[in-house]
Write a protein that binds this ligand. Structure first.
Ligand code: DOR
Length: 438
């Protein structure tokens, strides 16, 4: 268990909604103080705790990414739990939530235990496992949900696929409700999405590629909120990408249905126009949409209908991503660019302030998953992220910690970057050498 104190920070706790100049102390892994007094902070960290200068930068609770693919077990050439959690801390994330579509899928207690054990063995970010909804992720029978909860699953998801029938989802939501956990849903109607490789519209016609209509997402979101209403269970809509789906979620929330939602940075920053050269780096599921949908996603995050930002970090081998568009796998990496992309697209443009954005990366994902994280509360885990909101940097995938290179933001100039990441009072990423007092 580690202790440290950070002085001279712009401290931002999501519960407060505003920044103040001050210090944050961690003692033996837990937050012990946050406030304006340097002396009290130093005392709260305990004698001998390292004192770091935050240089007036933004200090927030550790960021949480509630949607990542770590590929272990089964596809360790693309990513491992260790390489993914190292990429996470380099992107400012102190906690990541690992999806279950590995090979084999994580559908029993031993799979859940494996992910947790490898996460703590790596020793970077906290790694929280998700278990599948259906056995083998095959969409036929429910997986051993209670057993996985016992092992430490934080939620259930067949991500990559939609739970195929309303009846199965109804039962899954009823069980998940008893277990106090959400179902995280990938919303695409397979009968509309099958064979499609990009958003259906003017661009797909021009490129001669099979399209996936926005309705494929809207229909499943509507079905899912109906099942959440019927069961009283919690459905969380993953990577929302369309204005129509957002309107369904907005209405369901206003009726008191237990539904939450996340958006991925690529759906906030990129339209289907980027596909003009058939570059599979931009192939993702759900697909990049048109401008109106992108703007709707930004507005819905700003007005709170979308609760969280999550990367949907999906590593793939370069050789596979270089196949022809229709044959290449869908997915893009995001752990090391998410903060910079949302900072550039939402904060730099004035659409959101930092106090408005940070809850979507901290307290709200923590609330959805019922994790005691994402706030600066004394006694809670000492996970912190120091952000330089003005840092201009060039995305260079060659420097990434991730094992994969399928990043759609290669060569972009971004503003805003995590410079120091602290997990349980231990510095796990230090871009500027602050620990050495440089
Ligand atoms: O594009 C995607 N890739 N979307 C998903 O839902 C799954 C992911 C993957 O695992 O590659």
């Amino acid at each position: 268990m580690s202790s440290l104190v950070l002085h001279n920070a712009q401290v931002l706790d999501p519960g407060e909604g505003k920044c103040f100049s001050g210090s944050v102390a961690v003692r033996e892994g837990l937050i012990s103080y946050f406030g304006e007094s340097r002396a009290e902070a130093a005392a709260a960290a305990g004698s001998g705790a390292p004192e770091l200068d935050a240089g007036g930068l933004l200090l927030t609770p550790g960021l949480i990414d509630m949607h990542v693919h770590l590929r272990e077990p089964g596809n360790e050439a693309e990513e491992t739990i260790a390489s993914g959690s190292l990429a996470a801390v380099a992107g400012g994330f102190t906690s990541i939530v690992a999806m279950a579509n590995t090979d084999p899928p994580v559908d029993d207690e031993s799979g859940i235990t494996f992910v947790r054990r490898e996460g703590s063995r790596a020793g970077y970010a906290n790694v929280f496992p998700v278990g599948t909804v259906t056995a083998g992720r095959e969409g036929r029978e429910l997986a051993e949900m209670a057993q996985m909860a016992r092992g430490g699953a934080v939620a259930y998801s067949d991500d990559g696929s939609t739970v195929p029938t309303a009846g199965l989802l109804r039962r899954a939501l009823s069980y998940a409700r008893m277990l106090g956990k959400p179902i995280l849903e990938h919303c695409e109607d397979p009968s509309l999405a099958a064979g499609g490789t990009m958003n259906e519209g003017r661009m797909s016609t021009r490129l001669g590629l099979n399209g996936i209509p926005c309705e494929s997402e809207e229909i499943v979101v509507a079905r899912d909120v109906a099942m959440a209403r019927l069961t009283g269970g919690h459905v969380h809509i993953q990577h929302v990408s369309t204005a129509k789906a957002i309107e369904v979620i907005r209405r369901a929330k206003s009726e008191g249905v237990l539904v939450t939602a996340e958006v991925a940075p690529h759906h906030l920053a990129l339209t289907s126009e980027v596909l003009r050269d058939y570059d599979p780096v931009y192939k993702v599921s759900p697909p990049l949409r048109g401008r109106d949908d992108v703007l709707a996603c930004r507005r819905a995050l700003a007005d709170g209908v979308i609760d969280a930002v999550a990367s949907d970090h999906a590593p793939h081998l370069q050789g596979e991503k270089e196949l022809e568009f229709a044959a290449a796998p869908a997915g893009m990496i995001g752990l090391e660019t998410t903060l910079g992309v949302v900072s550039t697209v939402l904060v730099k443009t004035g659409l959101m302030s930092w106090p408005e954005l940070i809850p979507a990366l901290t307290s709200r994902p923590a609330g959805i998953l019922k994790l005691q994280l994402g706030r600066l509360i004394p006694g809670w885990p000492g996970d912190l992220t120091l952000i330089d909101p003005e840092r201009d940097w060039l995305v260079e995938v060659g420097e990434f910690r991730s094992r994969s290179r399928n990043c759609p933001f290669q060569g972009w100039r971004l503003t805003g970057r995590a410079v120091l990441t602290v997990v349980g009072g231990r510095v796990v990423f230090d871009l500027d050498g602050r620990r050495a007092g440089r």
